[in-house]
Design a protein around this ligand. Structure first.
Ligand code: CAA
Length: 257
């Protein structure tokens, strides 16, 4: 299949997807997200592949959903178009998926990494959910998954006050499996994926399913609630102002309307 926003290859038994919109720090537009999920689903069906790695580049895993693409949408359009639904397709992947993260993992980029089964981080990785600075909230699982990983107090600070977590903090909170130098994070992720891919395939998938059953109990209700609140905020003047201000590279003026 011809992809325009991602690079796809196999390394041994590992399927590797590289997010490839470096000019916008891998902002996750609709086309990229569709391609990413198509590629993961193709690897999931390919018997020669036992595990997958998603990566970006050294500077950015992904700086979030594409703000320019959604800035002008209304709450009705957001609900009707349901762009965030594409993120949910990752939950149907049966084989392990590892995120190899360097640089920015913000907003939807952080949510994408949180949707993977493990995260290998470079020492320059920075995780955050800065949607509050745009007058909205995370819409692709951030409020639900982060709280399960780092606990309520830290999740509140990250989401309500745009606190970024550096690689060592992410390790401390158990958000990432390990932190390695930037020259090594992709190799380390590929090595881990290759090791898992060499194990009993049916047992690996069964284990992932069982762990997710524990992790995801009650998650679906939370994800639905979060997504609808996210979409509804597109009916506010603050969302229009917040995203316009980002595009115009200035500070937003909040009115609470
Ligand atoms: N969407 C669209 N474009 C983006 C983007 C995004 N999320 N993040 C960065 N870009 C673009 C910038 O507009 C800029 O483009 P131009 O060169 O055309 O101006 C280019 O990428 C490089 O970005 P910066 O010049 O801003 O780079 P920087 O090094 O000064 O700053 C940054 C880096 C702090 C990550 C900053 O780019 C930033 O704050 N980005 C937005 C992060 C964000 O708010 N993400 C949440 C998005 S909403 C979301 O994800 C909703 C959801 O839950 C689904």
């Amino acid at each position: 299949m011809a992809y325009t926003s991602i690079l796809v290859e196999t390394r041994g038994q590992v399927g590797l997807v590289t997010l490839n919109r470096p000019q916008s720090l891998n902002a996750l537009n609709h086309a990229l997200m569709r391609e990413l999920m198509d590629a993961l689903e193709a690897f999931d069906k390919n018997d020669a592949v036992g595990a997958m790695v998603i990566t970006g580049n050294d500077k950015a895993f992904a700086a979030g959903a594409d703000i320019k693409e959604m800035a002008d949408e209304s709450a009705l359009e957001m609900t009707r178009n349901d762009h965030v639904a594409v993120f949910g397709r990752i939950r149907t992947i049966r084989k392990p998926v590892i995120a190899a993260v360097s640089g920015w993992a913000l907003g939807g980029g952080c949510e994408l990494a949180l949707s993977c089964d493990m995260i290998l981080a470079s020492d320059s990785a920075k995780f955050g959910l800065p949607e509050i600075t745009l007058g909205v909230i995370p819409g692709a699982g951030g409020t639900q998954r982060l709280v399960r990983v780092v606990g309520k107090a830290t999740a509140m600070e990250v989401i309500l006050n745009d606190r970024k977590l550096n690689a060592q903090e992410a390790l401390h909170f158990g958000l990432v499996n390990r932190v390695v130098p930037v020259s090594e994070y992709l190799n380390e992720a590929l090595k881990l994926a290759e090791e898992i891919a060499a194990r009993a395939p049916l047992a690996v998938r069964a284990a992932k399913r069982a762990i997710n059953h524990s992790y995801e109990s009650f998650l679906k209700d939370g994800l639905d609630e979060e997504k609808q609140i996210f979409y509804n905020l597109f009916g506010t003047e603050d969302q229009k102002e917040g995203m316009k201000a980002f595009v115009e590279k200035r500070k937003p003026k909040w009115t609470g309307k």
